[in-house]
Write a protein that binds this ligand. Structure first.
Ligand code: NAD
Ligand code: TYD
Length: 339
């Protein structure tokens, strides 16, 4: 099988490349990535040594380039991870989110229609369901929860989901969609909550918690997300949506306090800063469908996964120190200076 993985130089796509090469060594993996600020070829350094892996720098919005890749490589399966993924950036500059997340999805699916594939898989997010109130811990997102978005990021992801479903219904494209909760683990770009807090705590810098810090996210270790997508593309039913999550809900404050405790740093480093505009209160996935249909269960609890993640950041300082000392430094200044 030949799999195209878009966005493979990013966090989850990179982990998925390694998951495929390890668990399906007979398959070929072709990674397409534009290498935006979030794409990092160092993440794929080991994969580059594998003869079954090919990296191609291309923009998924660039129809000509994408068609040329399909003509040359004849993929069987496409897994579309490529996206602008950071909510805060979508608040300051929404346009690129619409381009990559919606139009890029369209171009990838048009290529699939033109050249023929056995499966197009769209990597979506639980953020398409909007948020749940904090005082209703009995509520969870199911696959039939209405789409109800809050940020330009989640609106762009929901738009792409609708387009994917339309391509299935109208053109019969064999699609699946997964909607996963917040991931964490190795190669997570340090603008996101967990790696940012690890990096700041190690540097004895303030930990900027938005608003009260009571917002809840449902954390999933990235390898569990990869195993779920792998099952869906091989055994999932065409046309279906699958939620992915492992009932690991934590408030942001709990996450930050855990990181400080693990690193032996004081809670006085926590600084409550101005809240994110439109900040979603709680995300919580009901993963019954993927469990019942495909037998998927997460294998790493938050308590274990956060320790593994912190260990990874401690053992791989060159990977993230290079990022936070480059162009990203200016982003950090802009985002947090007057917060
Ligand atoms: P990321 O920002 O770490 O990586 C995105 C990758 O896509 C980067 O390598 C970037 O260079 C590439 N890319 C961006 N625009 C591109 C374009 N136009 N053409 C080709 N490549 C492009 O993102 P992530 O956290 O790994 O998320 C991957 C996917 O998973 C996204 O679709 C996201 O919506 C979804 N998702 C993420 C989470 C999470 O917690 N991070 C949870 C659920 C779903
Ligand atoms: P993030 O990692 O950006 O993921 P998402 O917004 O997609 O859930 O943020 C996770 C939570 O952490 C979210 O409620 C916002 C909050 N947060 C902070 O409190 N401070 C920060 O510096 C960042 C980046 C996020």
């Amino acid at each position: 099988m030949k799999i195209i993985v878009t966005g493979g130089a990013g966090f989850i796509g990179g982990n998925f490349v390694y998951y495929q090469l390890k668990n399906h060594p007979q398959d070929e993996v072709i990674c397409i990535d534009k290498l935006t600020y979030a794409g990092n070829l160092e993440t794929l350094e080991e994969a580059m040594k594998n003869p079954n892996f090919t990296f191609i720098r291309a923009d998924i919005v660039d129809r000509e380039a994408i068609y040329a890749i399909f003509e040359q490589h004849h993929p069987d399966v496409v897994v579309n991870f490529a996206a602008e993924s950071h909510v805060d950036r979508s608040i300051t500059d929404p346009a690129i989110f619409l381009q990559t997340n919606i139009l890029g999805t369209q171009v990838m699916m048009d290529a699939c229609r033109k050249y023929g594939i056995t499966r197009y898989h769209q990597v979506s997010t639980d953020e398409v369901y909007g948020d749940l109130p904090l005082d209703r811990p009995d509520l969870f997102f199911t696959e039939t929860t209405p789409l109800h978005t809050s940020s330009p990021y989640s609106a762009s992801k929901a738009s792409a989901d609708l387009l994917v479903q339309a391509y299935h219904r109208t053109f019969g494209l064999p699609v699946t969609i997964s909607r996963c909760s917040n991931n964490y683990g190795p190669y997570h770009f340090p603008e996101k909550l967990i790696p940012l807090m690890i990096a700041n705590a190690l540097a004895d810098k303030e930990l900027p918690v938005y608003g009260s810090g009571e917002n809840v996210r449902d954390w999933l270790y990235v390898e569990d997300h990869c195993s779920a997508i792998d099952l869906i593309i091989r055994k999932g039913r065409v046309g279906e949506v699958y939620n992915i999550g492992g009932h690991n809900e934590r408030t942001n404050l709990q996450v930050v306090e855990t990181i400080l405790r693990e690193l032996g740093k004081p809670e006085s480093l926590i600084k409550h800063v101005k809240d994110r505009a439109g900040h979603d209160m709680r995300y919580a996935i009901d993963p019954t469908k993927i469990h019942n249909e495909l037998g998927w269960l997460p294998s790493t609890s938050f308590d274990v996964g956060i320790k593994k993640t912190i260990d990874w950041y401690l053992s791989n300082k060159p990977w993230w120190e290079k990022i936070i000392s480059g162009e990203y430094e200016q982003y950090y200044e802009k985002m947090y200076a007057n917060r």
